[in-house]
Design a protein around this ligand. Structure first.
Ligand code: ATP
Length: 364
């Protein structure tokens, strides 16, 4: 394989085991991960999945218990300390809480990583100013971090992370403390840096929207392992794992809608002729008039409680929560009709009045 085709990051069989109250905790469990130069690669998982621990192995901030870490053709575990310091300069990192030095100005923060370099003060300041311009913060160079908004602080942190001209930028939940609009601005900035500088971006997050908006590839992490990976559109439009499906559902606000429906007392006492249904459509099915066909063909009534369409690349995934009412036979035939047209139908509840039980929201 030519060097240019080799991944810029190659984690081979990487494990990180912590000792926690006398027990072994496998925070990262035999993970293999290859990331190509110029990619924007997202790692998604819930809290505790091992995402931070995994990405911290990329610059050996976290030393693996076993496995091999190859970055830019260098086996990091074989480097001497000075060589590792050099290699780390090519891997920038940004964090959720920015980690700025409050006693330094914005310019001073961006200059900071350059202090150990043999360059003149004038060159250092010029470089820091150029980076602040790149992240759109030139007019704030004399401000102190406490005078800035969260989004501005993250821009300073991004400028600082670029001071040593890294090839890779690792973002550890960099937008988790920001509001949606600021998150969007920061993600657009990362994408621009990826395109303009050829920077390889590795980001971890628990939000699918973050992945959807800028990543080309994604790995889904659970319990120290990567359980699903690939092209973002492919992974999220046709999830193979229940956890990946959960991320898609919560991104479409389905999880929240189901929780609200579960809490709605009036929906816990449906009549014998009513069915509370959760319908999931994919691709072509989202374009067909299935609900009007259903009501006409089977003389059913559909009361829509929730509707949403999640678009992932060119694939649409439609969600509907409805109360379908009609005669038992027609209800069964109608549900059959939906199934036959590729709609995934889950029965949430069919309770008779007076027989109150909880609405089921298990949609896996
Ligand atoms: N230094 C440590 N010592 C002991 N256990 C640790 C240490 N660092 C992480 N862990 C444990 O390893 C597991 C993975 O943690 P990690 O922070 O990598 O997960 P995460 O997916 O990034 O979650 P979060 O978003 O909450 O940080 C967790 O159970 C965590 O408690």
């Amino acid at each position: 394989m030519a060097d240019s085709e080799k991944p810029i990051i190659d984690l081979q069989d990487v494990s990180v085991t912590f000792q926690s109250s006398g027990k072994q905790l496998h925070a990262v469990n035999k993970v293999n991960l290859q990331i190509n130069k110029g990619d924007v690669y997202g790692i998604i998982g819930y809290s505790g999945a091992g995402k931070s621990t995994l990405v911290r192995t990329i610059n050996l901030l976290q030393k693996p218990t076993s496995g091999n870490v190859i970055v830019g053709n260098q086996e990091l575990l074989k480097l001497s300390n000075p060589e590792l310091r050099q290699a780390r300069k090519k891997i920038g990192m940004i964090f959720q809480h920015f980690n700025l030095l409050n006693s330094r100005t914005v310019l001073g923060n961006v200059e900071y990583p350059l202090l150990s370099q043999r360059i003149s003060k004038a060159d250092r300041v010029a470089k820091a100013k150029k980076l602040l311009d790149l992240v759109g913060l030139s007019e704030f160079e004399r401000a102190y971090p406490e005078q800035l908004s969260g989004g501005q602080k993250q821009r300073v942190a991004i400028a600082r992370s670029l001071a040593n001209d890294p090839d890779i930028l690792v973002s550890d939940e960099a937008t988790s403390a920001l509001d949606p609009k600021t998150t969007d601005d920061i993600l657009k900035l990362l994408k621009r840096l990826n395109e303009k500088l050829g920077l390889t971006v590795v980001l971890i997050t628990h939000e699918m929207q973050v992945i959807k908006s800028i990543c080309q590839h994604v790995a889904v992490m659970d319990d120290g392992k990567i359980i699903e990976r690939g092209d973002v559109a492919k992974v999220f439009s046709d999830p193979q794992q229940a956890l990946t499906q959960n991320f898609v559902d919560s991104s479409a606000n389905v999880t929240e809608a189901l929780a609200q429906i579960k809490a709605d007392q009036s929906l816990q006492a449906l009549s014998a002729n009513e069915r509370l249904l959760f319908l999931k459509f994919r691709g072509q099915a989202t374009k067909e008039s299935l609900i009007s066909d259903l009501t006409e063909l089977y003389k059913l009534k559909a009361n829509i409680l929730f509707a949403n369409i999640e678009r992932i690349s060119s694939t649409s995934i439609g969600y509907l929560i409805i109360i379908l009412s009609g005669q038992s036979k027609q209800l069964a035939d109608g549900i059959n009709f939906l199934n036959q047209h590729g709609v995934n139908v889950k029965l949430l509840a069919t309770e008779k009045k007076g027989e109150q039980t909880n609405v089921k929201t298990n949609i896996s």
